[in-house]
Design a protein around this ligand. Structure first.
Ligand code: I3P
Length: 105
């Protein structure tokens, strides 16, 4: 499973609210391999490098973010260490595909 996702950090480790200034939406190229979600940020225009974040989806839960109505086809990912991210997919179909794959792990 791969594709572009926009991500918003909602809660950090142990469920602590992600502070102001770190809650904005960012675009990543996402790849799910095994139990790991790789998020590559496209920084090429800025410094000719791309940065990557790694999120373990082992014991994570993905579900449609029904409470979040500002954007369409957004899903919520809660990790085993109690972080919460919102991810905006390009379509409802892609959102459902990500949710299914993440919850299969
Ligand atoms: C956040 C940014 C997000 C916004 C979030 C802001 O500011 O504007 O887009 O979420 O609101 O805190 P910053 O870039 O300084 O982190 P929404 O797009 O969902 O409104 P929030 O604090 O209510 O989550």
């Amino acid at each position: 499973q791969k594709g572009f996702l926009k991500r918003k950090a909602h809660a950090d480790i142990d469920g602590k609210r992600t502070p102001w200034g770190k809650r904005s939406w960012k675009t990543f190229y996402a790849m799910l391999k095994g139990m790991v979600l790789y998020l590559q940020k496209d920084d090429y225009g800025k410094d000719c490098q791309s940065s990557e974040e790694v999120v373990s989806v082992h014991h994570a839960l993905a579900e449609r973010a029904l409470n979040y109505t500002k954007r369409p086809h957004v899903f919520r990912l809660q990790t085993a260490d109690w972080r919460v991210f919102l991810f905006e997919a390009a379509s409802t179909e892609q959102m459902n595909s990500w949710i299914g794959r993440i919850n299969l792990v």
